[in-house]
Design a protein around this ligand. Structure first.
Ligand SMILES: [Zn+2]
Length: 312
């Protein structure tokens, strides 16, 4: 059943916990002339979850007029094609990620395939991802930092970047509700059905910390993440601080390993992040992207010299 977390803002359950073992909430906002859905879940979400959740509110998928994708990850945009088939809603998403939002191949190549020496998708993993992504939908409204979403409610877009290159937060200035989606990740999140944790994910250290710091400067009473429960301002600020502390702990780990070993590969750092800093399952998308981000940062600071793999 939907929960009204602020006047006119309803939290909707999804099928994601059953499919991927993590909580995921979508939100629908009554904004006068617009009925706004924040994120679309994976391909199966609109029909399995969003439609019945909206029905409990006396609404349907065809009543939605605007779908906002916070960033181009499958659990935030995979439902776009089904939503397009069910109605006439326009789609709004970060201008910086339109390429990923409109092209599955490009997303798979650039996100999962960024470090082919360390990680590549198996055929099964590829088809699992493509199932969650469905067909892509052309984005109608390209969002930039400072934009206000259409409708009769002050919903402001803040580009946080970091977790994903164009990731946005949305602040409802009327109820002082800040939707942070995946940006404030703390030390990651435990899977519901195992002892492992999902590690944080970011692709650029400085962009991630700058975006987190921007969140701290905003005025809000409630923080709403995609993969957890809403929290008050103090708890939200603590989560952002914890996210920043995580970055420093990876910084320290990378510097220590580089000092003791003399050189450090993406694979070595990803494995260390994924085991030494917690039960994150070693090498995976999250730890590889973080390792790459921290090594890039070390080379930008002149503390390491990048050496690219030379094919034999
Ligand atoms: Zn994400």
């Amino acid at each position: 059943m939907p929960v009204e977390i602020a006047p006119g803002i309803h939290q909707l359950a999804t099928d994601y916990p059953h499919v991927c073992g993590l909580p995921l909430w979508l939100h629908v906002i009554e904004a006068g002339s617009e009925l706004v859905l924040l994120d679309s879940g994976i391909a199966s979400t609109p029909e399995s979850s969003t439609a019945p959740e909206l029905a409990a509110l006396g609404m349907g998928l065809s009543d939605l007029t605007l779908v906002v994708n916070s960033h181009a990850h499958p659990d935030h945009m995979g439902g776009n094609a089904v939503l397009r088939r069910h109605g006439a809603a326009r789609f709004a998403a970060p201008a910086l990620e339109a390429g990923w939002l409109e092209d599955n191949e490009r997303l798979l190549t650039e996100l999962w395939g960024s470090d082919p020496d360390v990680m590549s998708l198996s055929g099964a993993e590829r088809s699992e991802l493509l199932d969650m992504l469905d067909e892509r939908v052309r984005i109608d409204v390209l969002l930039r930092d400072g934009d206000v979403l259409p409708g009769d409610r002050p919903l402001r877009v803040i580009t946080t970047s970091g977790h994903s290159p164009g990731h946005i937060a949305v602040l409802d200035e009327a109820s002082r509700t800040l939707f942070t989606f995946d940006d404030a990740q703390g030390r990651g999140r435990p899977f519901l059905d195992s002892s492992l944790w999902l590690a944080p994910l970011y692709t650029d250290v400085a962009r991630y910390t700058t975006g987190l710091t921007r969140l701290l400067e905003l005025d809000f009473d409630t923080v709403v993440p995609s993969h957890g429960d809403p929290m008050d301002a103090t708890a939200g600020r603590n989560l952002v601080q914890e996210s920043l502390e995580w970055v420093f702990s990876v910084d320290e780990l990378a510097a220590k390993l580089l000092r003791t070993r003399g050189s450090l590969t993406v694979r070595e750092l990803a494995a260390a992040i994924g085991t030494d800093l917690g039960a994150y399952g070693g090498i995976n998308l999250q730890t590889v992207r973080m390792a790459r981000a921290h090594l890039d940062q070390l080379s930008r600071q002149g503390e390491a010299i990048p050496r690219w793999h030379q094919p034999d």
